[in-house]
Design a protein. Structure first.
Length: 181
């Protein structure tokens, strides 16, 4: 049975403090998105499952270094996901080179850049579907990597309003990306 924490800020704080219940809640909330990104990029269910596992193991090992004020938990996990996907592509290339020495280095760069473009297009398209203020908040959080406080100052919004926009927008994005998959 999973303990549900009331909101993202409490979940983020509990996760960074090393709560096992928080890890379960974070996994339940974000693993479908992590898996979808990995599957889209790698095109292989087994590899996507491996990447998903790697993401949450790395996140748990680094949970004490997670700073909720710097980035939303979901964005932090997506960053770890991108790194794990890049590692999976690099491993594929190493394996391909050992079985066929004529494989050139560009094979590693092409899938990663295709993933990067696809990921950016997907996220940008979904952000465009948000209302104006939440869209601006999310762009500042994801693309400019501003903290909640910095976004609030830049847009002249209360900090709680920024956090609420991020929480609701991430929930909408997560739902839409799961449906797309």
């Amino acid at each position: 049975m999973t303990t549900t924490l009331p909101d993202d800020s409490e979940l983020s704080d509990a996760f960074s403090a090393g709560s096992g219940d928080a890890l379960r809640a974070v996994y339940d909330r974000w693993s479908p998105l992590v898996y979808s990104l990995a599957l889209r990029a790698l095109g292989d269910q087994s590899a996507a499952e491996d990447v998903t596992q790697q993401v949450f193991v790395k996140a748990w090992r680094r949970s004490a270094s997670y700073d909720p004020g710097r980035a939303p938990l979901g964005a932090w996990l997506v960053g770890i996901t991108r790194n794990c996907i890049a590692d999976a592509f690099a491993e594929r290339t190493r394996h391909a080179r050992t079985t066929d020495p004529s494989v050139v280095e560009e094979t590693a760069a092409a899938p990663e850049s295709e993933f990067d473009l696809a990921e950016r297009a997907l996220v940008a398209g979904e952000l465009d579907r948000l209302d104006d203020v939440p869209r601006r908040v999310m762009r500042l959080a994801f693309y400019d990597e501003l903290s909640h406080r910095e976004i609030a100052e830049r847009l002249g919004l209360p900090l709680g309003t920024v956090k609420s926009h991020i929480h609701r927008s991430l929930a909408r994005l997560r739902t839409r990306l799961e449906v797309i998959e």
